[in-house]
Design a protein around this ligand. Sequence first.
Ligand SMILES: [Zn+2]
Length: 257
Amino acid sequence: MDYIDSHCHITMDRFDEDRDEILTDYFEKGGLALMSVATCREDHELNLKLMLKWDKLVSSLGWHPHDAKDFGKHEEAFLLNAIQKHQIRAVGEIGLDYHYNFSQRAEQLRAFDRQMAIADKAGLPVVIHTREADRDTMDMLKRHRKVQGILHCYTAGRELMEAGLELDYFVSFSGIITFQKTAVEIRKLLKVVPLDRLLFETDSPYLAPVPFRGKRNDPRKVVHVIEKAAELKTLSPKTLSNQANRNFFQLFPERED
Ligand SMILES: [Zn+2]
């Protein structure tokens, strides 16, 4: 089965020991592309190196809501430079996290708004992180309605999801859909997302799907997310995965060169 992990953090130091091994295996076994999400300069520098070796690796860069307080002039210049040099294909992950509030809400809103504007100007998709902030996220997406992208690791409510779909966003589901108790509502949402709007991800090293729950996650395990989703959609994993792959390439067309 061919597959794509549309969101992972393979640059994190938890992969320092075996990153190359994992990526080699991932692409050999059927990975058509991989979205590696950088949330700081160091992640991005590593992504540049990884892209030299794996041309199917697609990179994104953005200041996460947790780090919104650090998104200043220099970070903005760094992001703009990466865009100008065509080093990234998306801005993210960006958004709002009112569960942890590691940055104050005002700072989160400022960094989110600014990065949405940057993505809009650059014509790049965004990768949205949202937690317990449905209303403000919805307002922000509507304020920048020309921008498209991915609602990543979806766990928010139905209203936000529908607003996102209305604005042509894709909805990405993670290993959370395999968690028995916590994911009842999320599985219901997955069932109603149109097939041409669905993506799958690991968000590794976090959120390992059952039967690996609690262990370090890695991009190869996206297969388990797809298998669970296929069961919910009553399709074969291969059919569903092929559809998700087409969706990914609609957002991030393969390059000719
Ligand atoms: Zn992430």
